[in-house]
Design a protein around this ligand. Sequence first.
Ligand code: DWN
Ligand code: SAH
Ligand code: ZN
Length: 414
Amino acid sequence: MPGATDATAPVSCRICDGDVEEFLDLGRQPLSDRFPAPDDEGEEFFYRLGVGRCRTCTMVQLTEEVPRHLMFHEDYPYHSSGSSVMREHFAKAAQRFLATELTGPDPFVVEVGCNDGIMLGTIQAAGVRHLGFEPSTGVAEVARSKGMRIRTDFFEAATAMEVRAAEGPADVIYAANTMCHIPYLESVLKGADALLTPDGVFVFEDPYLGDIVAKNSFDQIYDEHFYLFSAGSVRAMAERFGFELVDVERLPVHGGEVRYTLARGGARTPTAAVGRLLADERDRKVTDLASLRAFTADVHKIRDDLVALLERLRAEGRRVVGYGATAKSATVTNFCGIGPDLVSFVCDTTPSKQNRLTPGRHIPVRPAAAFSDPYPDYALLFAWNHAEEIIAKEQEFQQSGGRWIRYVPEVHVT
Ligand code: DWN
Ligand code: SAH
Ligand code: ZN
């Protein structure tokens, strides 16, 4: 039957209006960052998580859009500062801006999606003029309470123009793990055009399609991650909206990201790194439908292997808990059908997730201390992107005979 949720209905690209061909269906999914309380009687919101690629501009995108106010609001539970590696990563990013783009008289930097101020804290400490846009009022308040200047609003054309009128032009607009959350990028880049100085730059970093496909990290796909960027698709988007891709840098965080720098068309000379990454994407056929369909086959194998392993461990009477109630894990648990019968609880350091239930499958979330009380036989590492940090601090778990289960790039136990 035709209709809004018909899997076969053609979808138009949010960037260029071209045809989007779906290559992966991750099924019925809940909001990835809404953790219901055990006594919560309200119904959860579900949507169909389909992923496609635009035949014209190659942008990989979701085929259904979740309204933004359902995802980003006062109870948004993700606090960026929960990882020491990420704190260091963003301190470095800020220091780099302070040493390069922000050296003129009275420089001004705007961050889109500043969350709890993990990056702006360093800018503020240097006494540089800044403004963070953060629509999720709970995390925004954390940043504001530390003295950072925050506007609790979505960044888009209208709000950016208001800032330009009130505060003058910005030298840098920065967004980490936020641009891929925004379906309406035309409005965002219109806002950037209004707000930036003539030589200003828009720098953003997000999970990289090339890494997602290479590592089979299908859990990077969920409601908030509307786009999976590649250098090719970002270049096409930039050009369509009057910008030019002038630099790219691969980053190791969150399982592999790229930091893209956009400038106004013709304002800066693109670095050699741009040409190299574009050539690498062509060689590896990153956005070819055949590669994306091969990724889909790998994702199905991961699901089958993971469920078989967890069912075997349950039959053997082993205790398995999850580590890190990530947004990513909503995709894994709901796509694979993993509930409290297979994973008894998920431990997490974030107070706003604790004593709640995971989205959709309702696995209890417990504080970090529950992990060692007593240690389980197996821990399913949902926060695999923070593996180094976590495995280093949880050495006692392995010394006590515990073992880690991972599912990217394939299911394996260590
Ligand atoms: O893009 C996004 C990224 C930046 O953050 C957002 N859409 C939502 C969120 O995604 P996520 O939840 O998948 O991100 P993380 O950083 O993988 O989440 C890690 C989770 O694990 C947090 O809930 C904190 C927790 N954690 C923990 O319990 N012990 C993390 C570490 C490092 C730990 O040692
Ligand atoms: N930059 C942080 C937070 C990433 S989570 C980090 O890298 O850890 C994504 C954030 O973007 C959320 O805090 C969400 O509230 C915010 N966000 C979503 N849409 C936005 C928009 N249009 N403008 C500004 N922030 C937005
Ligand atoms: Zn397109």
